[in-house]
Design a protein around this ligand. Structure first.
Ligand code: NAD
Length: 479
């Protein structure tokens, strides 16, 4: 069993102030795979004090040097990719090949993009040519608390740490207690890259303990949070007392609007996207809206594609779907599948219970419901599992109404071969991102949502900007 009880504070691995062991459960086997400590308010305070002490020096470090340290971090990240993949796979259940490629790959992609974006950005510049005595200076927000979820651990951690470091913030990372091992490997990489003491600190803990302490701490200037809408609301309330900046990346209930003229692979692509990472993605296209002319055919294809998705252990190599993260999520997903049945949706693939040939592990059958109506629970709640809801529509207007009829607004998807319609849809869908015809967003594009999906933007220059204040100076003497 892996034992990793210490925290990384002020450049050292230190024992928790009050010991509180927590077992990490391998979702493929339901067996404990590691023991960590859950920190206390005192541990959080120690990390905040270290970050606060390191702030003036780090802010004063020229941005070129901060970028160079992130470049070094990226180099070491690439060398330790296998350790990161193994530690994610065992704790949160991503099949090892998915962990090696998509999960680890997301982290290196983001670090690279931050480096490229920062090299082009003017952190200190005149307001414009007409006003040389007005200066715009981008400066770090200050001490940042970074609270991350378990579903795409390295994606989330690099999005926050890379941006905060380049912006000049010092930080305390509190990773999810469900996937703490990868974060601890990441802390080793930061240490090896040679960041000054106190710039990066890591304290494990749960939401009510370390999470709450950090979001309410008077010496924390910003909380950057990715996770559930429930926790985002709690954090915002707690942070309000100290009026700190709160950056939120929350849940989603993305619509994937498939028009009758969509390309022939659109439905299959949508189903596989839904099942990727066992449906545990905030931007999952979980509501497939299909135009009536192709509805029956689309349902048939979706059922067939889902029924062919293999399910297996995260330890096995190959292109299969792993378990969901834990028992609580498994039970929640089972409850929602049952609710779909009870509320009258038509089950066309998967369903309740463990998949065939499994008697333990948090495995879920790849599930598809047809004839879902927008008022059903499975069309409204984020399921965060491999469950797709198919909804029929007739007209473009109706599709827009259904797609926007959600409290979330993270990513929507459009499938049509009519470019004018695609562009019209992109303008009216109320979400931070719209992806059309399977084309992914390019390097440096911002990631983030509207409504209850949050208010922040991560990745590229947008992500760095979120960790900076804009200072306007008048009476500046050009140098
Ligand atoms: P969660 O909200 O339960 O936990 C996320 C993190 O917040 C964990 O580190 C947890 O310990 C901490 N936390 C929980 N309650 C807290 C509180 N009251 N105060 C401070 N910290 C607290 O979410 P999860 O189950 O780990 O992740 C799944 C959720 O994350 C889904 O809703 C998903 O959509 C969302 N998510 C969003 C994005 C995005 O970028 N929009 C990306 C990934 C995941």
């Amino acid at each position: 069993m892996i034992e990793k009880r210490n925290f990384y504070i002020n450049g050292e691995w230190v024992a928790p102030i009050d010991a509180r062991d927590c077992e990490v459960i391998d979702p493929s086997t339901e067996e404990p795979c590691a023991v960590i400590s859950l920190g206390s308010a005192a541990d959080a305070d120690a990390a905040v004090a270290a970050a606060k002490a390191a702030l003036p020096g780090w802010m004063a470090t020229p941005v070129e040097e901060r970028i160079a340290l992130v470049e070094k971090l990226l180099e070491i990240y690439m060398e330790r990719g296998e350790d990161l993949a193994q530690s994610m796979s065992i704790a949160m259940g991503a099949p090892i090949d998915l962990a090696r490629t998509q999960q680890v790959g997301a982290g290196s992609f983001h670090l690279k993009n931050f480096i490229n974006a920062a090299k082009k950005f003017q952190f200190d510049r005149p307001l414009d040519e007409k006003y040389p005595n007005d200066r715009i200076i981008y400066e770090a927000v200050g001490v940042a608390a970074l609270i991350t979820p378990w579903n795409w651990p390295m994606n989330q951690i690099t999005l926050k740490v890379g941006a905060a470091a380049i912006a000049g913030c010092t930080m305390i990372l509190k990773p999810s207690e469900e996937s703490p091992l990868d974060a601890m490997v990441f802390a080793e990489l930061v240490d090896a890259a040679g960041f000054p003491k106190g710039v990066f600190n890591l304290v494990n803990g749960d939401g009510t303990g370390v999470g709450t302490r950090l979001s309410g701490h008077p010496d924390v200037d910003m909380v950057s949070f990715t996770g559930s809408t429930r926790a985002g609301i709690a954090i915002s309330k707690n942070a309000a007392e100290t009026l700190k900046k709160v950056h939120l990346e929350l849940g989603g209930k993305g619509a994937n609007v498939v028009f009758a003229d969509a390309d022939e692979k659109a439905v299959k692509r949508g189903v596989l996207h839904m099942m990727n990472n066992t449906g545990q993605s905030c931007n999952a296209p979980s509501r497939m809206l299909v135009q009536s002319e192709i509805y029956d055919q689309a349902v048939e294809i979706a059922a067939e594609v889902a029924s062919k998705v293999a399910v297996g252990s995260a330890h096995d190599e190959g292109n299969h779907m792993g378990p969901v993260v834990n028992k609580t999520q498994w039970e929640k997903i089972q409850g929602l599948i049952q609710k779909g049945i009870d509320e009258g949706a038509r089950l066309v693939a998967g369903g309740p219970g463990l998949p065939e040939n499994f008697n333990k592990g948090f495995y879920v059958k790849p599930t598809v419901f047809a004839d879902v109506t927008p008022d059903m629970t499975i069309a409204r709640e984020e399921i965060f599992g491999p469950v797709l809801s198919i909804i029929k529509f007739d007209t473009e207007e109706e599709a827009i109404t259904i797609a926007n009829d959600t409290e979330y607004g993270l990513t929507n998807y459009v499938q049509t071969q009519d470019p004018a319609r695609a562009n019209r849809m992109a303008r009216v869908l109320r979400s931070g991102m719209v992806e059309m015809n399977g084309k992914p967003r390019s390097a440096g594009a911002p990631f983030g949502g509207m409504k209850k999906s949050g208010n922040g933007r991560e990745a590229g220059i947008f992500g760095i900007e979120d960790f900076m204040e804009i200072k306007a100076v008048s009476g500046w003497t050009p140098e």
